[in-house]
Design a protein around this ligand. Structure first.
Ligand SMILES: *Cc1c(COP(=O)(O)O)cnc(C)c1O
Length: 395
């Protein structure tokens, strides 16, 4: 057996074997609710938590099992559960591990809708939710209590793209956990790294969640999420909750992600190169207090990114100088032609969205002006530069 160290090679070769005499390499799209058992005895004996058996459409098909295997491979993990969106995968982890009376710690720069779930549903269910400063491991350490059950991590942070010292955050948790009654689980929103920039499990993380909506799909045409672990006990806890919630994923959607996967590594690298070229150029313009991208030396956490990452995602944020009003920045966004206004990222088309720093953080923000997050697509860098320049001139 050849060892395949290269991730791009691994993303192309999967363990699917086509039917005898049919030499196609594509994975078939199996659709099912009912799965027929040969006997009552077989139905009774079926263990639905077993990774390779079938019992009902919600519990997996040959198509979903292949994607789960592919995503686990991409992330350097062992087990995977799929969810109908990235956000559903995040909330699945909360629901699988948290009970009334527990506390969950969330970085202050985490994905917004995830914070909202904690502040509404989790609080209503009697679960304490505490935000910590991800750039300060001592702040995280100080907030751990015997009630802490789950610590979320995100690298880089949403919108402001601070890159944290992940190993230090994980060791703050693991250092506290031995005196802890039930142990503390660390879970990373790994959508930005996508399993490509770094291996979450090598950083000591227990659970890695991704919005497959972003890089693995790459098409801006499907919503999906994944929960990957290396630990069978944690996986079964996720799987049991997943089964009780009934989080089905449609076979045609899985087909789209399987189609995007072989080019994930190449798209990540291409979009990374364009984004970095634009970030370096934007950094020389006079409009911004800060251009936020972990590869820029004055972006928060640059040294941790340089130490831990093999690449960066296709996001760059612009912290406008406070003298530019929201109206002016809106004119910039409205004036762009190639960049469309909208949410999400890692698709073929470049996008922009504006944010008010003060309204997305519980801690005071160092950015006093309007924030614009650019998501860089697959267009040519010179075309994107020309578009940004003419948009900035419209302010
Ligand atoms: C987009 C995104 C999600 C949610 O994914 P959806 O599939 O849109 O629900 C979660 N985390 C991060 C960091 C994201 O960018």
């Amino acid at each position: 057996m050849l060892s395949m160290p290269d991730l791009n090679t691994q993303l192309i070769h999967h363990p699917y074997h086509p039917p005898e005499g049919f030499g196609a390499i594509t994975v078939p799209v199996h659709k099912a609710s009912t799965v027929i058992f040969p006997s009552v005895q077989a139905l009774r004996a079926r263990d639905w938590t077993h990774e390779s058996g079938y019992s009902y459409g919600l519990a997996g098909t040959p198509t979903s099992f292949i994607l789960e295997e592919r995503i686990a491979t991409l992330e350097g993990g062992r087990y995977c559960a799929l969810a109908p969106s990235g956000l559903a995968a995040l909330t699945l982890v909360d629901m699988a591990f948290l009970s009334a009376g527990d506390e969950v710690l969330i970085p202050d720069n985490a994905y917004g809708p995830k914070k909202a779930f904690a502040e509404h549903e989790l609080k209503n269910w009697g679960i304490g939710c505490i935000f910590y400063d991800p750039m300060n491991p001592a702040d995280l350490a100080a907030r751990l209590t015997p009630r802490t059950r789950l610590v979320w991590l995100e690298a880089a942070g949403s919108i402001t793209l601070e890159y944290p010292d992940l190993p230090a955050l994980v060791s703050a948790v693991k250092g506290y956990a031995p005196q802890h009654p039930r142990g503390i689980i660390t879970a990373l929103d790994n959508t930005w790294g996508a399993g490509i920039a770094f291996c979450a499990f090598d950083m000591g993380v227990d659970v890695s969640v991704q919005a497959l909506t972003k890089y693995p799909s790459g098409g801006a045409d499907v919503l999906m999420g994944s929960v990957v672990t290396r630990d069978r006990t944690l996986h079964h806890q996720v799987l049991k909750c997943h089964g009780r919630l009934g989080l089905g994923v449609a076979a045609n959607d899985i087909e789209l992600v399987l189609r995007g996967l072989p080019s994930t590594g190449l798209r990540y690298a291409a979009q990374d190169a364009t984004t970095r070229a634009l970030a370096l150029w934007l950094h020389t313009l006079p409009y911004f207090d800060r251009v936020l991208h972990p590869a820029l030396p004055d972006s928060p956490g640059h040294l941790f990114w340089r130490r831990d990452c093999k690449g960066a995602a296709c996001l760059v944020s612009l912290a406008f100088k406070p003298q530019y009003s929201q109206d002016q920045v809106d004119r910039f966004c409205d004036g762009l032609q190639l960049f469309k206004i909208g949410h999400s990222w890692a698709g073929p088309m470049s996008l922009c969205a504006t944010y008010q720093a003060a309204s997305i953080r519980s801690q005071p923000s160092p950015y006093r002006g309007v924030l614009v997050r650019l998501s860089i697509g697959l267009e040519a860098v010179e075309d994107l530069k020309a578009d940004l320049l003419q948009g900035l001139q419209k302010m």
